[in-house]
Design a protein around this ligand. Structure first.
Ligand SMILES: *Cc1c(COP(=O)(O)O)cnc(C)c1O
Length: 381
């Protein structure tokens, strides 16, 4: 059966409709053929493009100051479209030392199975990057704010050096969001996002996105994303679009709550150190103040009592939930030494800057006094 489609001329929907269709019908075979060859032709097949997905891509490209975006089924989908779309066997990648775990694992795969060589440098050391570049260096990979210690990348310095040396810079801007940083304005070529986090913001979507400063690279990565099949789903894209409408409001509250908790934690006797770049004394404090209008909603702190104190704290929180991920309206806590980084030895943990008593908090948008009441009872309990 072919159900009739109502005529909606004369008015238009206020919100973006969900185009829940895998394909589109054509009147003209030439238009059909053209649609499959480029990302800006007519809509043809859902793996190539979809109007709801396109609305999300355009919205985020606009927020980031890019020419276009490619939405993917997850943040790792976006990371892989960028890396695999740009790198081939024998190529060289320069990456920042501390990276999101999934990205770090993927880079290991690239090195072990796909013949890509990798050099790690500090994200705020353009001279080290320059020294690492070789004739086959294709990509510089950075994160605006690193996990979990919040080191800030020197985007202007690093991206300018990459431009000068003909290396494509890719920046994961998941933690900062375009509310705190627009890497393309600092010279980045490609921005990647896990929209699972702040962009969608309500812990109900997995998604990702690449945003491009350059049209040729956008076409190249789009072609690869179509071949890889990393495509975003229209409903997930619609949820993300809905989340985006409140991104500025939520980010303001995430950052304000993080400041409130960071300040209180820093003064608490059970806490040895707080890692939030808005606090003087953080290694990235000065760079952060220069680059960012606010300092993000994720903070980490070291409990003076080490691993035992960390485990006790995790069991004692009530309002904050013990869970992975970040960027949602709920506050989530994690103890890296016994969860995300549990396989590492004490020395390896130290190399990542993670102590046995390090706790990560993805601060939500709850009332700050409710949050502090919960954390302080968990610290003393
Ligand atoms: C979560 C995350 C990713 C991966 O995103 P998924 O949506 O989980 O695939 C990549 N980078 C950063 C910084 C993240 O926090």
């Amino acid at each position: 059966m072919h159900p009739p489609q109502p005529d909606i001329t004369g008015s238009r929907p206020i919100t973006m409709p969900i185009y829940q269709t895998s394909g589109f019908a054509f009147d003209d075979p030439a238009v059909f053929a053209d649609a499959l060859s480029r990302p800006d032709g007519a809509f043809a097949y859902g793996r190539y493009a979809n109007p709801t997905v396109r609305a999300l891509e355009s919205a985020v490209a606009d927020l980031e100051g890019g020419v276009a975006g490619i939405a993917t089924g997850s943040g790792m989908g976006a990371v892989n479209c960028a890396l695999l779309g740009l790198l081939g066997p024998g190529d060289h990648l320069v990456a920042q030392k501390s990276l999101y775990g999934g990205t770090a694992a993927m880079i290991n795969e690239l090195a072990e199975r796909f013949g890509v060589s990798v050099t790690y440098v500090s994200g705020d050391d353009p001279d080290a990057f320059r020294a690492a570049v070789r004739s086959r260096t294709r990509v510089l990979y950075l994160e605006t704010l690193s996990n979990p210690l919040n080191h800030v990348a020197d985007l202007p310095g690093m991206c300018a050096a990459a431009r000068e040396l003909g290396v494509v810079s890719v920046v994961d801007n998941t933690y900062a969001t375009p509310m705190l940083c627009r890497p393309i304005e600092h010279g980045a070529d490609i921005v990647v996002h896990s929209t699972t986090k702040y962009m969608s913001g309500h812990t109900d979507v997995v998604g990702g996105l690449t945003v491009h400063a350059d049209e040729e690279l956008w076409r190249r990565v789009w072609r690869f994303s179509v071949e890889l099949g990393a495509t975003a789903d229209p409903f997930a894209s619609w949820l993300t679009l809905r989340g985006l409408q409140t991104l500025p409001l939520r980010m303001e509250r995430h950052c304000a709550n993080a400041r409130h908790l960071a300040t209180r934690l820093a003064a608490h006797p059970a806490v040895a150190e707080v890692h939030w770049p808005g606090l003087p004394g953080h290694p990235s404090y000065e760079l952060a103040a220069k680059l960012l209008p606010d300092f993000g909603g994720v903070l980490a702190f070291d409990l003076a009592g080490g691993r035992a104190a960390g485990e006790r704290f995790m069991k004692a929180v009530r309002l904050a939930l013990l869970a992975p991920s970040l960027g949602g309206v709920e506050t989530l806590v994690m103890h890296p030494a016994t969860t995300s980084h549990r396989t590492l030895s004490a020395e390896e943990l130290a190399r990542h800057g993670i102590g046995e008593g390090t706790v990560r908090i993805a601060v939500g948008i709850e009332h700050p006094e409710d949050l502090w009441a919960d954390l302080s009872q968990a610290l003393t309990g």
